[in-house]
Design a protein around this ligand. Structure first.
Ligand code: ADP
Length: 460
């Protein structure tokens, strides 16, 4: 059964809101945007067909978390479906359930899937149950300091303390000995409580300098699941991604297939629906370990779109409308029909100062010029001359994605597009990104998650 949406509300802001508005427009769907007091003058809201202020008496973040207000607005405006984007309410089972209750389609997995996958302890159990390797550890939450010590001794130092609800690298601490552990245990718990409202912590082995490889998944409402191959997201600072690319050409074809198949196994285990990502870490011996599922669209989805030609955001909407993957509208006729071509690299241009520990910069942009040309895709929408960059939100300004038939040329194109950027008034990480692209370890595909920490010359 299909239901064509006439109106979709996007419960998000910035570049991802615009990305979703575009997909809706292409599908002939009218768009409804929301914005906070702080975003009154932000460009993204003018890109929706209609947009409304939410959280008038709330803070800048809370505005986008106002579940009841957003749902009431959607009902009042005759909205058929809500797309949550990433962050904010994207992984809130409560939001998904409330949408369902009032008959509004939530563009994402169901309440039950989110319950199982959003929590890292539960999702590790799902992975283990279908024989996918997970990072050695204890798949239970830590109840006390004594528990923490016991679990860490069982894993053997170094260990990673992790928030079960974690995201964006928050509530995560690598600890090397018991003294570290006792100190960091409470600090990780506090950080998790602040960021996610729950402070459940678990412990697993800390892997030294792993690679981060993740697999894009799409599933429809009829149990069909495909993967759109992998992305290498090892270039990170503070456990957050900076540059992502596909394919992960430094791993063997056999390992690549094994990782993609394991991702599908996990998605099948929960009958996954919509777009999602299954993340793995790879140690230096070529062992891969599941770490988590992100049941939503991700910032780096662009690179998979460029090589497969599949519009992931449109697919999310069509899946929610009830189309099967092999329908004429989505057009994915089985796994064999997903044929990646060439190489794509995404660079996240942020208003951050790499020389000052990547702290976010704020102010008014005086000059805003971006690069373009053959092989370059830009996903932005918050930057223009006169725009104010506030301290309230994520510092992502524009995503520069380069595509080419060879990795070397994709790097050349990304480099060239970054050099064409001229932004004045706020500091950006553009010079830093260029240094990464020109580093020989990056070019050889060797980078692991320690790359930025261990290469101080990137900051010169
Ligand atoms: P989040 O949900 O906060 O993004 P993830 O579990 O996805 O957290 O991990 C983010 C990053 O943290 C990984 O890509 C990796 O760099 C690092 N990381 C996570 N778990 C481990 C581990 N056990 N050992 C070493 N690094 C890890």
């Amino acid at each position: 059964m299909q239901k064509k949406f006439k109106k979709v509300l996007v419960a998000n802001r910035g570049e991802i809101a615009i990305r979703i508005f575009r997909a809706c427009s292409e599908l002939g769907i009218r768009t409804v945007g929301i914005y906070s007091n702080e975003d009154k003058n932000s460009l993204f809201r003018t890109k929706a067909d209609e947009s409304y202020l939410v959280g008038k008496d709330k803070g800048p973040i809370e505005a986008y978390l106002s579940i009841d207000e957003i749902i009431n607005l959607a009902l009042k405006k005759g909205v058929d479906a809500i797309h949550p984007g990433y962050g904010f309410l994207a992984e809130s089972p409560e939001f998904a359930r409330k949408c369902e209750e009032v008959g509004i389609e939530f563009i994402g997995p169901t309440y039950d899937m989110m319950q199982n996958l959003g929590d890292k302890i539960k999702s590790k159990k799902v992975a283990s149950s279908v024989g996918v390797p997970t990072i050695p550890g204890i798949e239970e939450k830590v109840h006390s300091e004594e528990d923490a010590i016991k679990f860490a001794n069982y894993c053997g130092y170094p260990v990673m303390l992790k928030a079960a609800a974690g995201g964006g690298g928050r509530g995560m601490r690598a600890v090397r000995d018991e003294k570290d552990l006792i100190r960091e245990y409470y600090s990780a718990k506090n950080e998790a409580k602040k960021a996610f409202g729950v402070d459940d912590i678990f412990i697993e082995k800390y892997l030294e300098k792993p690679k981060h490889i993740e697999v894009q998944i799409l599933g429809d409402k009829y149990g069909n699941i495909v993967h759109l191959y992998e992305r290498d997201c090892s270039i990170q600072r503070r456990h957050q991604k900076v540059i992502e690319y596909t394919p992960a050409f430094s791993i063997t074809e056999e390992l690549r297939q094994r990782i993609c198949n394991d991702a599908v196994k996990i998605a099948k285990a929960v009958n996954y629906r919509g777009a999602g990502t299954v993340e793995f870490l790879l140690d230096k011996y070529g062992n891969h370990y599941f770490i988590e599922v992100n049941p939503r669209i991700q910032v780096e989805h662009t690179v998979s779109e460029m090589v497969t030609g599949i519009d992931i955001v449109q697919s999310q909407i069509l899946i929610a409308e009830g189309y099967s993957l092999d329908s004429k509208e989505i057009g994915i006729k089985g796994q064999e029909s997903v044929e990646p071509r060439g190489y794509a690299i995404q660079c996240r241009v942020t208003t951050e100062d790499p020389l000052n520990n990547f702290s976010p910069d704020t102010g008014t942009i005086d000059i805003y010029r971006t690069g373009s040309g053959f092989g370059i895709r830009l996903d932005g929408g918050t930057g223009f001359a006169g725009a104010t960059i506030s301290p309230y939100y994520d510092s992502l300004l524009v995503k520069v994605t380069a595509w080419s038939r060879t990795f070397e040329d994709a790097v050349r194109k990304a480099n060239r597009a970054l050099r064409e950027i001229k932004i004045r008034g706020v500091k950006t990480n553009v010079p830093f990104l260029i240094n990464v692209l020109n580093h020989e370890d990056f070019l050889s595909g060797k980078c692991d998650t320690g790359f930025i920490t261990y290469n101080p010359e990137l900051f010169e």
